[in-house]
Design a protein around this ligand. Structure first.
Ligand SMILES: Nc1nc2c(ncn2[C@@H]2O[C@H](COP(=O)(O)OP(=O)(O)O)[C@@H](O)[C@H]2O)c(=O)[nH]1
Ligand SMILES: [Mg+2]
Length: 303
């Protein structure tokens, strides 16, 4: 994984390129869509809202276009400082992108949150809509959703997709490429993300914590990588899971250390596959009182 930008000249005339911000409510499948389009995991996915915190780039190089996807945290009405930062990051990405891909959850239907997003998108011409999770949706449920979206954002293309099953991806990509400006190939074709291995390790560990804990814990979790050392075929990583309270630390550790062991094991297995080498992974849990309310710590934890 590298972040080198090279202006390759071997692209056909009319080559298109630019940023596509993937936006939408929490949990509609934005990160899943990105991973599936790339065929590579670059963003972590859980059934919980507020899984994606920062801005993650996923780069798809096609023969005649390069799409630089920006995965963003979900758009919602923030109540905490952490959520406020996440929503701001998403709004900035949407404003700065060449194209916006608005993802709507067909299984959840169109919510008040979606209507608020549609209002924000009204002035943006280069926008298209992915109506996601159409797998398992009754056939007759699709038409009213399409009609409602067309009414909310007239003239924008709406593509029904299933990120999980990669349904209608060709149509989706075709539409996105059409909306992009003519431009060069910014990244080498083999580069698919701007995430460093360190950041990926941090995110995968956080994903495992989220998947294995309930309710209040996810929002209180941050992960830092304290050591990432390459030793040939093995990498040595030590990480800290930060929580806000002793009670949360106890939950993450679990009875007899069972949960933290499982979190470490699951993260190691996945990271070994993603990074292509064996890992020695050590994970600690630490209480950082009220970190979600302390500006300095928010900064340290990447907000
Ligand atoms: N049935 C179904 N579930 C999906 C689909 N795409 C995503 N999901 C699930 O929706 C949940 C949220 O996905 P995620 O990508 O983290 O959503 P994000 O918050 O918008 O990034 C996860 O449990 C996914 O497995 C889909 O096409 N069909
Ligand atoms: Mg996400």
């Amino acid at each position: 994984m590298q972040t080198v930008r090279s202006q390759s000249s071997e692209v056909p005339t009319g080559h298109r390129s630019g940023f596509v911000a993937i936006i939408g409510r929490p949990n509609v499948g934005k990160s899943t869509l990105l991973n599936q389009v790339l065929g590579q995991k670059v963003a972590i996915v859980t059934p919980k809202p507020q899984t994606t915190r920062g801005r993650i780039l996923g780069i798809l190089t096609l023969p005649d276009a390069q799409i630089i996807f920006v995965d963003t945290p979900g758009l919602h009405r923030p109540r905490s400082m952490v959520n406020q930062r996440m929503v701001e990051a998403a709004e900035r990405a949407a404003a700065e992108a060449d194209v916006r891909l608005w993802v709507v959850d067909a299984q959840a239907g169109i919510t008040a949150g979606d209507r608020a997003i549609a209002v924000q998108l009204q002035g943006t011409a280069e926008t298209c809509v992915a109506l996601n999770k159409i797998d398992g949706l009754p056939r007759n449920a699709l038409l009213p959703l399409l009609a409602a979206l067309d009414e909310m954002l007239p003239g924008r293309h709406v593509i029904p997709v299933s990120a999980l099953r990669k349904t209608n991806f060709n149509e989706l990509l075709e539409q996105l490429v059409r909306l992009l400006p003519v431009g060069p190939r910014y990244y080498d074709p083999e580069v698919f993300t701007d995430q460093t291995e360190r950041l990926l390790a941090q995110e995968v560990i956080r994903e495992k914590v989220l998947l294995q804990t309930e309710a209040e814990v996810p929002y209180a979790v941050a992960v830092t990588i304290d050591q990432f050392e390459d030793k040939g075929k093995v990498a040595v990583i030590s990480a800290t899971i930060h929580v806000e309270r002793a009670s949360q630390k106890a939950i993450v550790i679990g009875a007899g250390g069972k949960r933290i062991k499982e979190i470490g094991r699951a993260a190691r297995i996945e990271l070994e596959a993603l990074l292509g080498r064996r890992l020695y992974l050590e994970v600690f849990v630490r209480v950082q009182e009220e970190w979600t309310k302390r500006r300095a710590l928010l900064k340290e934890f990447g907000f």
